[in-house]
Design a binder for this molecule. Structure first.
Ligand code: ADP
Ligand code: MG
Length: 363
């Protein structure tokens, strides 16, 4: 109201700024895990083992057999905007890695206790480093804020403990450990389907039996069978679609390709399961989800839904991953036309497989 005096505008403390920024990237344990899995894949891992306590809020640990991190890089590892993946703005247009902003580990260190144990092949031992608020802090039982020699195998283990200990609002907004663990399993399962050459395991600390475990030399359909079950796997249809170089509003769009596995009209679920990968990144697109669901209307009964795995490979120059801080929603050039091409192919395949059923439903 008009009786209010304006308050002075002040610059927030850096730690507060960083914690707010971190909260935009790390919403919950599953969003931290997604970033950490992407780092393992960027490091060339063939095995990724995840251990979880209390839905990831007490502990989220991820061990890979990737390239490791040099000891000399450890001091700046968790600072904001430190990355090994790009060095100039133009690098963004030829991006082939998941990461590039150097914000994931920094963000995690602002909202949790972060411990990194890593070994590169040429080192004789592993190094362990702990971080808080972007900076090295002493490893347990040590006085100095520096990496400490440790036992370890080639690769990197990242432990995230006490997530959101310093942001109680965020902590209380999360409903239950069971729900957070469910979301963690969902992320692991989807990445495991998309990366059948990588062995994934995910388990709780309280047990030795993993909830997800995949072999290393699998294929996408085998992984779907193993992780989503035979009922889905036996109804899968597959299409491959490619687009040639094109020009939209004077901007040239390079060739693209897409691969999809989707259930036939014989399968009906309550809710759509969509695994959408664009340039190997798990993303959300309400638009693509809707377009796919629309194809199934009239093919499967009202109120039932399909399972769809769709992996699109687009020219990195045409993809804008920067619309969302978590890089989760993406937009790309020629979106409408590309989606239409894919949907047409899916529809064609569904129709030819289920002519008789469509006839049945139209009676
Ligand atoms: P980004 O992935 O955007 O570069 P991150 O904060 O996720 O930023 O990681 C910072 C850097 O730490 C990476 O560029 C990479 O060099 C290194 N790194 C992180 N995780 C791993 C890992 N599991 N194996 C090897 N290097 C890693
Ligand atoms: Mg990263």
């Amino acid at each position: 109201d008009s009786t209010h005096e304006p308050l002075p505008i002040r610059l927030l403390q850096e730690a507060v700024i960083n914690r707010i920024a971190a909260g935009e990237i790390i919403h919950r344990p599953a969003s931290a895990l997604k970033e950490l899995i992407e780092n393992c894949l960027d490091a060339g891992a063939t095995s990724i083992r995840i251990t979880v306590k209390d839905g990831g809020l007490k502990l989220l640990q991820i061990q890979d057999d990737g390239c490791g991190i040099r000891k000399s890089d450890l001091p700046i590892l968790a600072e904001r905007f430190t990355t090994s993946k790009i060095s100039s703005f133009s690098d963004l247009s030829k991006l082939t890695t998941y990461g590039f902003r150097g914000e994931a580990l920094a963000s995690i260190s602002y909202v949790a206790n972060l411990t990194v144990t890593t070994k590169i092949k040429t080192d004789s031992c592993a190094w362990k480093a702990c971080y808080e608020n972007g900076k090295l802090v002493p490893v347990k039982d040590s006085m100095r804020a520096e990496p400490k020699a440790a036992a370890g195998t080639d690769g990197t283990t990242i432990a995230v403990e006490n997530m959101f200990y310093n942001t109680p609002n965020r902590l209380s907004a999360l409903r239950s450990s069971a729900e957070e663990y469910g979301r963690i399993l969902d992320v692991v399962t989807k990445y495991a389907v998309h990366n059948p050459h990588v062995a994934f395991t995910c388990k709780k600390t309280s047990t030795t039996t993993p909830d997800v475990t995949t072999p290393s030399a699998s294929t996408v359909p085998l992984a779907i069978r193993q992780l989503y079950g035979q009922t889905i796997a036996k109804e899968l249809l597959r299409v491959n679609v490619t687009g040639t170089e094109d020009s939209v509003d004077d901007i040239s769009v390079a060739a693209w390709s897409a691969e999809a596995y989707f259930t036939s009209a014989n399968y009906q679920a309550k809710k759509t399961v969509l695994l959408l990968f664009i340039n190997h990144r798990l993303v959300e697109s309400p638009h693509i989800r809707k377009a796919l669901e629309t194809i199934y209307t009239g093919i499967i009964p009202k109120g039932s839904s399909p399972f769809v795995y769709l992996s699109m490979q687009l020219d990195p120059r045409s993809v804008d991953v920067n619309v969302h801080p978590t890089k989760r929603e993406v937009h790309f050039l020629n979106e409408e036309a590309i989606i239409n091409r894919i949907c047409d192919k899916v529809q064609e395949s569904l129709i030819s497989q289920s002519q008789s059923r469509i006839f049945e439903y139209q009676q």
